[in-house]
Design a protein around this ligand. Structure first.
Ligand SMILES: [Zn+2]
Length: 402
């Protein structure tokens, strides 16, 4: 009987062991099947079921006493360990997941930061470009402005110069007008230092220089290469006269400055008296050929030359003599017993007893005017008669140094 009890106890123990082993295997399988998320829940269910079975076992194996308690204690420890392991595993997993999340989050943040930085950098670069562009635009603008200002300055300068040029011309014109006006009011001081002004309606005289248009007309002709009279001592006169056609004509005279005012006064009075003078042209228009000029009945003054067969300068050579209506008032003299008539075509006007138009005698207005201005008449000479000729006394010529 005793032996039989022992065998039964041994069998019970074996059965219990086998059961426990099976439970352990089932626990492992259940944990694997439950997955990571359900690990803990599966372990708790298993523990409850195991407790329940053990309790039943207690009912069944009421007779095993301490052994069962010990086994229950060991099972509880195992269960607890399993639970702890499961919890640890879950925690570990959670930690890993959290860590992974954190890492991802960090990476995301870093990426975000990088992205942001990159964006900022790009924006900054864009701003830089824009800034550069802005500067370039500003520079271009500044350059354009400078260019405009420079252009404006240049334009103003040009305008100023032009205005100045106009001003000069205006000044000359005004001076000429003032001179002309003065000439009309008073017969004094008619010759002024105004160059190259020609007023076609009045009497005036001007000084001229070697680079003037006037000088170009007389150079090499009346103003010959051996001329000793300074250009600055000559004057160009503009006068009006009544021609043989009864019309008003312009006259041009080059004379010495010493008689310029006198000639202007005389010719103005002759003009006002409608004294007929056919031509008052520069002898240069006849190539400074006296014979040609006289033959054409031209009235003139300056023509540089020496008195024939002498080194004495003719008074025409100084511009200190004036010839009037030369054809009708020839220069008549006897040379070697032969009558010389200049111009040669004036023979019929040699006989001064005859009455003919344009004859100059002591009753002639021109004679009276020239004499009244201190001129000497060639028609009064004793050895020769130069009826067209009026000149200053020798005393005036002697005052000149040439
Ligand atoms: Zn003469």
């Amino acid at each position: 009987m005793w032996k039989k009890k022992r065998i039964m106890l041994l069998v019970s123990c074996m059965l219990l062991f086998t059961f426990l082993m099976a439970c352990k295997a089932e626990n492992v399988e259940t944990g694997q099947e439950g997955g990571l998320n359900n690990g803990k829940i599966a372990t708790e269910k298993f523990a409850d079921r195991q407790k329940s079975e053990i309790g039943d076992s207690d009912k069944v194996e009421s007779g095993s006493g301490n052994a069962r308690n010990q086994m229950n204690s060991e099972a509880e420890v195992k269960i607890k360990k399993l639970e702890e392991a499961s919890v640890k595993e879950a925690k570990s997993k959670q930690t890993e997941e959290a860590s992974a999340k954190e890492a991802k989050s960090k990476q995301t943040e870093e990426a975000s930061v990088k992205d942001t930085k990159s964006k900022q950098t790009k924006q900054a670069s864009g701003k830089g470009d824009k800034t550069k562009e802005t500067k370039e635009i500003a520079d271009n603008g500044a350059k354009t402005k400078q260019a405009k200002e420079a252009s404006a300055k240049e334009t103003k300068s040009k305008q100023t110069k032009e205005a100045s040029g106009k001003g000069d011309k205006t000044k000359e014109t005004k001076e000429a007008a003032a001179y002309i006006d003065k000439t009309n009011k008073t017969q004094k001081d008619k010759v002024m230092n105004v160059a190259n002004v020609k007023d076609k309606t009045n009497f005036y005289g001007i000084e001229f220089t070697e680079d003037s248009e006037i000088f170009a007309r007389i150079k090499g002709k009346s103003y010959k290469d051996n001329c000793t009279v300074p250009v600055c001592d000559l004057r160009y006169l503009h006068v009006l006269h009544i021609g043989f056609d009864g019309e008003t004509h312009e006259g041009e005279i080059v004379c010495h400055k010493l008689i310029a005012e006198d000639l202007l006064e005389i010719f103005e009075e002759l003009y006002n008296a409608k004294y007929p003078i056919e031509k008052i042209k520069l002898v240069d228009e006849y190539n400074a050929d006296d014979e040609a000029s006289m033959a054409a009945n031209n009235s003139s003054s300056f023509n540089f030359r020496f008195i024939s067969y002498t080194k004495k300068i003719s008074k025409h050579g100084y511009g200190l003599a004036m010839d009037i209506n030369t054809l009708y008032n020839p220069y008549v003299k006897t040379v070697n017993g032969q009558l010389s008539i200049e111009p040669a075509n004036a023979a019929e006007y040699v006989d001064r007893s005859k009455d003919f138009p344009h004859k100059i005698d002591e009753n002639d207005l021109a004679y009276k005017l020239f004499v009244s201005h201190g001129f000497e008449w060639g028609g009064a000479w004793k050895n020769s008669k130069d009826y067209q000729h009026f000149e200053v006394p020798d005393s005036v010529v002697k005052k000149l140094s040439y």
